[in-house]
Design a protein around this ligand. Structure first.
Ligand code: ADP
Length: 198
């Protein structure tokens, strides 16, 4: 890979995005590819407001929540993603604006508005969508955590999954990855697809 790519991981909570983003990052680093791993919500002040709400510390309207996510993303692009990619460094982001559209579909019945507030943002070279059933996601989350976040209920994950399936058809850079396999098997497929990026 010669120039900086922008690679995104998407999926339901518990689908293994963090695991796979980290695995790809470690592989590329080992291969001496210049790479930076990041995530949304970010660690910025705005990201903190978003996380606080996901954990139930405070509550705003769904519109306010989505605007905060878009603001966090604008800052993320300005301070991290764009500078790195322009320097020739590959950026891997654990979640991006497709999460806003998919998760936002729970509280906002206006997909166009959700797309509009994210319309000016850089498009990735590839998005790995980890396809894992809501049932498996809930099992993985409950095996590993003591508290559940706002979106982590099976019925909610089913609605989010439906929107993701629509998004998958819309964007040609989306790659659906069977995420129900062993971690290493999934990583291998993701690495192969990443190395094919031009
Ligand atoms: P996400 O970032 O999508 O919420 P994580 O990567 O944090 O998901 O994974 C959630 C949990 O599921 C973690 O405990 C992780 O170790 C486990 N996990 C991830 N991928 C797999 C897999 N392919 N098979 C079984 N467990 C997995």
């Amino acid at each position: 890979m010669k120039k900086g790519k922008f690679i995104v991981f998407e999926g339901l909570d518990g689908s293994g995005q963090s695991t796979q983003a980290q695995a790809l990052f470690s592989y590329l680093k080992k291969e001496k590819v210049k790479v930076h791993l990041t995530k949304e919500p970010t660690n910025s002040i705005i990201g903190g407001l978003i996380r606080g709400q996901l954990q139930g510390d405070w509550k705003s309207s769904p519109e306010c929540f989505q605007l905060l996510c878009a603001a966090d993303r604008a800052h993320h692009l300005q301070k991290v993603i764009i500078p790195y990619v322009e320097k020739g460094i590959t950026v891997i982001s654990d979640r991006y604006f497709f999460s806003s559209i998919a998760f936002g579909s729970l509280g906002i019945n206006d997909e166009k508005w959700l797309e509009d507030i994210n319309r000016r943002f850089l498009l990735p070279d590839i998005v790995f969508y980890l396809d894992v059933s809501p049932k498996t996601c809930i099992k993985r989350i409950s095996d590993n955590r003591i508290s559940f976040e706002l979106f982590e209920k099976e019925s909610k994950l089913e609605v989010i999954e439906k929107t993701y399936k629509k998004i998958l058809k819309k964007y040609k850079f989306f790659e659906k990855i069977d995420g129900e396999r062993k971690i290493e098997e999934i990583s291998e497929e993701i690495i192969k697809k990443t190395l094919k990026l031009k």
